[in-house]
Design a binder for this molecule. Structure first.
Ligand SMILES: Cc1cc2nc3c(=O)[nH]c(=O)nc-3n(C[C@H](O)[C@H](O)[C@H](O)COP(=O)(O)OP(=O)(O)OC[C@H]3O[C@@H](n4cnc5c(N)ncnc54)[C@H](O)[C@@H]3O)c2cc1C
Length: 627
């Protein structure tokens, strides 16, 4: 974290240089511009928007994966609305899963699922679910076992296995169970408890959550419209945007970035500045530092891995192919992972009414077989697979194009945390450089997270003191932090449940922390100890009451305790009776205490089980969206 003393005040800021014109870089430029500070944004590509760009192919616009706009952070939502105004649309969501020649609504709808699966298969799904509840696969250390134990092996095979393996390129048996467990943790234990205890009072909130799943916001001309408008706004206010400008060297001297070298149209240019914000992939940033960093840091950077992505866009001579925004392809017989129908995100993504543009998404590694295929072969593959799943008549495909997107997903393998720690500890010594965004910080997060890190980086330049690495994590606040800043940090923390999750390798500890908290909050009573305590306490009460009456003057004084003899044979208000009463009440107190503890344990056990199952089943609703 930058110390407040290290951060220069506004009047001493000479120039801010921002690397990358994706959501993070452009948000930083926008916020600086609003504060009256022009900046220079350096972008190696010919267009802005980074991973959230919209590609324009002969007037057909498409995203790198459909980009839903959704955030819990008001500063981000405000910026989207401020920039897009009337062009910020609310879209109804419709998405399905294609599996075994059938389409299943996703999130699932029971009648549709039963109809598609058939009665016999639905029965097998239920039977497999029941089996998983009684005979879970242990130890529960991998993703496949975790999901099978929650939803049954059949549902795992049908709806999770193939798609997860397509996205991440590794078998589910090599992914940590902790990754899946995070989703349920993300739902918040307190929330689950509150929902259960205050049933009925949450209907408004539940309606909002349902709406967020069933609809989303989207710019009229795709996410690129947002970032093109921001780029126009900042350049209109005096900032500089250098496209086709690849940062090649970052010169550091005396703990500060002095200058960067960029390659622009075959020429090398030098840019100086007082502050630098970088959203370029961390691995590349470290490799470009001059003089070269210590071997240990270089090695750490080289250890950061990515999953890559390519889209085959096909233009089809059909007005309405299918109503979905996107379809998940779970069929193992095709490599295709997801199909986007951009017309259904916004009509204006397609320039000709009678045509449709589909984005066929493939997950791959840079340099693998898919990545290296020629564009024409990829278009042929796309057509073949589209035909196979019956989504379109490929004789009507009139044109197609391919966009490869390296470093689409930062990978969280067994080295990444150590690598990040090494790189961060080195970069903490560079006082005028802040890392922001997705690959900039090697965090698998959405636009809103990237934008927020950029907003906070600008606040730091303007004299505040935020730890950008704490975005998503618990944070201690300084006493002097103002109320609205606290609120904004709380918003930052609330982001975590809305961000996608990345698989962790199996070495991670399995099991949900939330479950442990839940179990300890409702720890079972020790039946024997509770029974003895109740027995002793009630026996002492009867004993003391009897002695008290004896001291006060015999059985006729005060309460008629002698009536106890009807229940406790041999009891009387006497020393002997006190001892008999002690023994009887201990016995009955013990029995009562034991039964009470037993019933309480059974009912709280059932309560915990019910909350757990509700949490698990509600997570099933949008589990795949976050793979
Ligand atoms: C398939 C897919 C689907 C997604 N869906 C959603 C969604 O539905 N909703 C959502 O909110 N988010 C979604 N995201 C995430 C979103 O795209 C990212 O969070 C966001 O784009 C990250 O912004 P960024 O500025 O940090 O990084 P980037 O978008 O990666 O921008 C970094 C920029 O730096 C530039 N750069 C890199 N190296 C250099 C260099 N050497 N010199 C100069 N410039 C350089 C790059 O060209 C790029 O423009 C999705 C991402 C993917 C891949």
């Amino acid at each position: 974290m930058k110390q407040a003393s290290e951060v220069q005040k506004k009047d001493t800021i000479e120039k801010v240089v921002i690397i990358g014109a994706g959501p993070a870089g452009l948000t930083a430029a926008y916020e600086l511009s609003k504060a009256g500070l022009p900046s220079t944004v350096v972008e190696k590509d010919s267009i802005v928007g980074g991973l959230a760009r919209t590609v324009n192919y002969n007037g057909y616009r498409f995203d790198i994966g459909g980009h839903r706009f959704f955030t819990k952070v008001s500063a981000v939502e405000n910026m989207w609305e401020e920039v897009l105004g009337e062009d910020f649309l609310t879209c109804k969501r419709l998405s399905r899963i294609y599996y075994n020649k059938s389409f299943f609504y996703y999130p699932f709808r029971l009648p549709n699922a039963v109809l598609r699966l058939g009665i016999w298969n639905s029965f097998l799904v239920v039977a497999s679910y029941m089996k998983s509840q009684f005979l879970p696969k242990l130890p529960e250390d991998t993703f496949d076992k975790w999901v099978s134990n929650r939803f049954g092996n059949r549902l795992y095979e049908l709806f999770f296995k193939t798609y997860t393996e397509k996205v991440w390129g590794i078998p589910c048996s090599e992914i940590s169970a902790e990754w899946a467990a995070q989703r349920i943790k993300g739902l918040s234990l307190m929330q689950a408890l509150r929902n259960t205890l205050l049933k009925g009072q949450n209907s408004d909130k539940e309606a909002v959550i349902k709406t967020l799943i069933d609809s989303f916001q989207y710019p009229r001309l795709g996410p690129g419209m947002m970032w093109e408008t921001v780029a126009d706004s900042v350049t209109g206010n005096g900032s500089e945007l250098l496209l086709n400008s690849d940062v090649r060297k970052i010169h550091i001297n005396n703990g500060k970035v002095e200058r960067i070298e960029i390659a622009q149209n075959g020429e090398t240019k030098v840019l100086t500045g007082s502050h630098f914000i970088s959203s370029m992939p961390m691995r590349e940033l470290v490799e470009k530092i001059e003089p070269p960093v210590a071997e240990e840091v270089r090695l750490a950077a080289r250890n950061l891995k990515y999953r890559d992505f390519l889209t085959v866009s096909l233009i089809i001579d059909e007005t309405d192919l299918f109503p979905d925004n996107w379809i998940y392809i779970h069929d193992p017989d095709v490599k295709l992972g997801r199909v986007q129908n951009f017309k259904n995100w916004s009509k204006e993504m397609v320039p000709e009414k009678g045509k449709t543009c589909l984005g066929l998404e493939y997950f791959c590694f840079e340099g693998d077989g898919l990545w290296n295929m020629s564009d024409s072969d990829l278009i042929e593959l796309g057509k073949k697979e589209l035909e196979k799943i019956g989504l379109a008549d490929v004789s009507l495909v009139t044109d197609g194009t391919v966009v490869r997107m390296p470093k689409a997903y930062p990978v969280y393998d067994s080295h990444y945390k150590d690598s990040l720690a090494t790189i961060r500890s080195y970069l903490e010594g560079v006082s005028n450089l802040q890392l922001v965004g997705r690959n900039g910080m090697h965090k698998y997060n959405n636009q809103d997270h990237s934008m927020l890190t950029a907003m906070l980086a600008v606040k730091n330049i303007l004299g505040e003191s935020y730890d950008l690495w704490q975005v998503n994590a618990e944070q201690e606040y300084h006493e002097e932090v103002k109320a609205e800043e606290k609120a904004s940090i709380r918003e930052i923390e609330s982001l975590s449940s809305t961000q996608p999750k990345v698989p962790e390798p199996i070495a991670q500890k399995a099991g949900s922390e939330a479950d442990q908290v839940l179990v300890s909050a409702f720890a079972s009573l020790d039946k024997f100890a509770f029974a003895v305590s109740v027995g002793i306490v009630s026996a002492i009460v009867v004993f003391i009451a009897t002695i008290f009456l004896i001291i006060k003057g015999g059985p006729n004084v005060g309460a008629n305790l002698g009536l106890l003899s009807q229940y406790f044979a041999g009891y009387s208000v006497s020393i002997k009776g006190a001892l008999i009463g002690f023994a009887y009440t201990f016995f009955w107190g013990f029995i009562f205490g034991w039964l009470f503890a037993y019933l309480r344990n059974v009912s709280t056990g059932f309560f915990i089980f019910k909350i757990k199952k509700e949490r698990e089943l509600s997570s099933f609703r949008n589990f795949i969206d976050y793979i």
